[in-house]
Design a protein around this ligand. Structure first.
Ligand SMILES: Cc1ncc(COP(=O)(O)O)c(C=O)c1O
Length: 457
C-alpha cells in the first residue's frame, strides 16, 4: 500500500477490515474502526496520525513497552537458526531455556513449566492437568472445579465453564459439567452484605469450605481463581482471603490454580501476584507479560508434587498439547522479554510507580459518579456509580463508563471498559513515565467532568 496516499490507505484498510475480518468480542454493525499503525514505548499511533497513551498496554500485555529492538533481534536470530520444531518427546534450545528462566523466577517448588500460546490455553491445560493428576493418584472422582463470580479465564470451553461473567457464558450453554461457582472477594459489593474490617468473617473464603463439604471432598479436586480478579472489575482480594482459601484447600486435598495471566511477571509489583496476596498455588497460569505479547506465548507453572504424579507408568503421561507448544520463535521472544524485565528491574519499577498511579486515580473519587478506585502496582480500576451512598450502578443502557472511555480516547488516552460495563481499567506498560501517568489521570478527570455535565450532575 506504500504508493497509496494516507487517506486512501486508511479507506482501503477499513474496507478489508469491515468486509473480511471477524474480530473477537466486536459488534461489527455500525463499527467505525480506529486502525492502529505503529507504536513506541507507551505510545501508539493510528493510520490517521492520531497519538494515544496506551494506558492499557494493548490488553494488559505489552509490559516492556512497544518497539523493543532486543525482542525483534532475538526473534530474527532464532528464525535463521530454527524457526519451528515441535517438542513432543524432543527438545529445542529456546523453549528449554525459557522454561528454566521462568522456573528460576517462580518461588518454592514451582519448578516445572508447560508452554502454551496464550492465557485461555494455559487455563485449559492447567484444569486438564488437575483432572489427570487426581486420576493418576487413583482419585479420579475429584473432577469438580470451583471458580468464582466475576472471574475471566479466557474463551475455551473450559475457561467459559469457569467464567463468572454471565454475558460471556450464557450464550454457550450447556457448558462443561463439574464446575462450582463461588462468590467473589469483592469488598465494595460484598455478596454477604458485610463490611471489611467491621463484621466481615471472610465469608467469601469460608464458602470454599462449605461447597467442598456440600459436594464432598471426594468429588472436589480443584480451586481455580485469578489471584486478583481482572476483567471482572480489577478486584484485589483482602489480604486474608488467599491464605484462608489455601488452608481450606490443603485440608481437603484440593489443588489451587492461581490464574496469573495478568499479574504474572510484575504487574502487581512482585514477580507473581500470589507472592503478595499470600497464596501457595499448586499450579499457575501465565501469558501476556511472559512475552509482552510480541509473539503469542503462555505457560502453566507446576509444583514438584504435581509434575511427579505424571512420572513412571506410560499411562500416567499428560495426554495433552498442541503443535506450537514450545515454539522456538515465541520462546525466543519470551526469553528476550524476561531479560529486559530483569536488566531494567521493571518489577521494582512497577512497585515504585504503583503509588503514583493509584494515588493519582484516587483523586477521581472527588467526582460524584466515581464510587471506588482500587488496584495494586500498575493495575487499577475506577468504578462508576449513580449513587455513592447506595453504590447503585447506572443503567447499562446509559453507558456512562463507556462515555468516559470515549472522551478519554478523544483526548489521546486508551483505557478499557470492563467489570460488566461499570469499571474503567488502567494497566499501562511498566516503562510509562510519571508525566504520562499524570496525563492519564488528568485526561480521565476531564473526561469524567464532561460526562457529568452531559448527565446534568
Ligand atoms: C486472568 C486471565 N486469564 C486468562 C485470560 C485469557 O488469555 P488469552 O486471551 O491469552 O487467551 C485472560 C485474558 O485477558 C485473563 O485476563
Amino acid at each position: 500500500m506504500a504508493d497509496l496516499p494516507e487517506s486512501r490507505e486508511h479507506e482501503a484498510l477499513e474496507k478489508d477490515f469491515l468486509g473480511h475480518l471477524w474480530p473477537p468480542f466486536t459488534q461489527m454493525q455500525g463499527l467505525n474502526p480506529v486502525i492502529m499503525d505503529h507504536a513506541r514505548g507507551a505510545v501508539v499511533w493510528d493510520t490517521e496520525g492520531n497519538e494515544y497513551i496506551d494506558a492499557f498496554a494493548s490488553l494488559w500485555t505489552v509490559n516492556v513497552g512497544h518497539g523493543r529492538q532486543e525482542i525483534f533481534d532475538a526473534i530474527a536470530e532464532q528464525t535463521k537458526k530454527l524457526a519451528i520444531y515441535h517438542i513432543f518427546q524432543i527438545a529445542n534450545e529456546p523453549s528449554s531455556k525459557l522454561a528454566a528462566k521462568v522456573a528460576g523466577h517462580m518461588p518454592g517448588d514451582l519448578n516445572h513449566v508447560f508452554l502454551t500460546l496464550g492465557g485461555g490455553e494455559s487455563v485449559e491445560t492447567a484444569v486438564k492437568m488437575a483432572r489427570q493428576y487426581w486420576r493418576n493418584k487413583g482419585q479420579g472422582t475429584k473432577y469438580m472445579v470451583m471458580f468464582r463470580d466475576r472471574s475471566y479465564h479466557g474463551t475455551t470451553m473450559t475457561s467459559t465453564s469457569a467464567q463468572g461473567l454471565s454475558m460471556n457464558r450464557a450464550k454457550f450453554e450447556p457448558l462443561l459439567p463439574g464446575f462450582i461457582k463461588l462468590g467473589a472477594p469483592y469488598c465494595y459489593r460484598c455478596m454477604w452484605g458485610k463490611t471489611y474490617g467491621e463484621d466481615c468473617k471472610m465469608e467469601c473464603a469460608r464458602q470454599v469450605e462449605q461447597e467442598i463439604a456440600f459436594y464432598g471432598p471426594e468429588n472436589v479436586g480443584t480451586m481455580l481463581g485469578e489471584t486478583m480478579i481482572g476483567t471482572g472489575g480489577v478486584i484485589p482480594p483482602p489480604p486474608e482471603y488467599w491464605p484462608l482459601v489455601n488452608e481450606i484447600c490443603k485440608a481437603n486435598d484440593v489443588l489451587v490454580i492461581n490464574d496469573e495471566v495478568i499479574t504474572g511477571f510484575g504487574r502487581a509489583g512482585t514477580w507473581f501476584g500470589f507472592e503478595q496476596f499470600g497464596s501457595d498455588p499448586d499450579l499457575i497460569t501465565l501469558a501476556k507479560g511472559l512475552s509482552s505479547g510480541y509473539l503469542p506465548l503462555g505457560a502453566v507453572g507446576a509444583k514438584d508434587h504435581v509434575f511427579e504424579a505424571f512420572l513412571g507408568d506410560p499411562g500416567k503421561t499428560f495426554m495433552s498439547g498442541a503443535t506450537y507448544n514450545g515454539h522456538p520463535l515465541c520462546s525466543a521472544a519470551g526469553i528476550a522479554n524476561l531479560e529486559i524485565i530483569e536488566r531494567e528491574k521493571l518489577v521494582d519499577r512497577c512497585a515504585e510507580l504503583g503509588p503514583c498511579l493509584q494515588d493519582g486515580l484516587a483523586t477521581l473519587l472527588s467526582h460524584r459518579i466515581v464510587g471506588d478506585v482500587r488496584g495494586v502496582g500498575l493495575v487499577a480500576g475506577v468504578e462508576f456509580v449513580k449513587d455513592k451512598a447506595t453504590r447503585e450502578w447506572f443503567a447499562p443502557a446509559q453507558g456512562v463508563a463507556a462515555k468516559v472511555r470515549d472522551e478519554a480516547f478523544k483526548r489521546g488516552v486508551f483505557v478499557r471498559l470492563l467489570g460488566g460495563g461499570h469499571v474503567l481499567a488502567v494497566a499501562p506498560p511498566f516503562i510509562i513515565s510519571t508525566e504520562q501517568i499524570d496525563t492519564v489521570v488528568s485526561v480521565l478527570d476531564e473526561s469524567i467532568a464532561v460526562v457529568e455535565q452531559q448527565l446534568g450532575i
